[in-house]
Design a protein around this ligand. Structure first.
Ligand code: PEP
Length: 251
């Protein structure tokens, strides 16, 4: 039985004041958890310590939005997996389409980050998804399969026992235009089938999240699909009541 998981990706948003205000809304509502739903928030790096301190003793878990594939050394501006663990992060988002597109992150680099993150004890949340052009030209499934396969090739299928995959169609991120529940379910089933080709048990156990304009209005229908185990939520995770409503939609 897979547990449900909802992850808030705060992206490059927030100040000390706004993050404290957001947590004042979230922490009391989530302090004892929400009906078997695991909840993770991923603030920008400078606020990891503040968030770690504020969520202490509450059921919210800390994540980060990116990590280096290097362990330490002369990599100015980079953050190592060990540093994230030291800041009490347990999850890390990898391969978000904004990083694939704006920072030219390749499947191979993301796979290396995946391995480095796991070696340090982090749980990677591997983001995959096709662009609108790829959906329109019929290559959506192949694109997502290649993104997952890059990690399978480098890390091996058993590495997915300690990982999460988030299917996020690029055309749905931040656009207000979510994939339909059927489109999302179809891709999630395809990802599970691809993994099952390597190991059926791992495929049955891995949490697959949907991301892309998830809101309190569409979350319930998305989350009730057989292969959708929760969501990766961007914009709506910056609003405490919307995020809580989304978390409640899972149960
Ligand atoms: C995201 O940032 O991963 C995301 C899905 O954003 P949004 O919910 O705003 O579309």
């Amino acid at each position: 039985m897979r547990r449900a998981l909802v992850v808030g990706n705060w992206k490059m948003n927030g100040t000390r004041d706004s993050i404290q205000a957001l947590l004042r809304g979230l922490v009391p509502a989530v302090s004892h958890g929400i009906n078997g739903v695991d909840i993770v928030v991923c603030p920008p790096f400078p606020y990891l310590a503040l968030v770690a301190e504020t969520i202490k003793g509450c059921e919210i878990v800390l994540g980060a939005q990116n990590v280096s594939c290097e362990e330490k050394g002369a990599f100015t501006g980079e953050i190592s997996p060990g540093m994230l663990v030291d800041c009490r992060a347990r999850y890390v988002i990898l391969g978000h389409s904004e990083r694939r597109q704006q920072m030219a992150e390749t499947d191979e680099l993301i796979a290396r980050k995946f391995v480095a993150a796991q070696q340090a004890g982090l749980i990677p949340i591997l983001c995959v998804g096709e662009t609108l052009a790829q959906r329109d030209n019929g290559s959506a499934q192949a694109t997502v399969a290649a993104q997952v396969s890059a990690v399978l090739t480098l890390a091996g299928v058993t590495a997915l026992e300690r990982a999460v995959i988030a299917y996020e169609p690029v055309w749905a991120i931040g656009t207000g235009k979510s994939a339909t529940a059927q489109q999302a379910q179809q891709m999630h089933a395809g990802i599970r089938e691809l993994i099952a080709g390597h190991d059926a048990e791992v495929a049955g156990a891995i949490q697959l999240l949907y991301g892309g304009s998830v809101s309190s209005a569409n979350a319930a229908e998305l989350f009730e699909q057989a292969d959708i185990d929760g969501g990766l939520v961007g914009g709506a995770s910056l609003d405490a009541s919307a995020f809580i409503e989304i978390c409640n939609s899972v149960s």
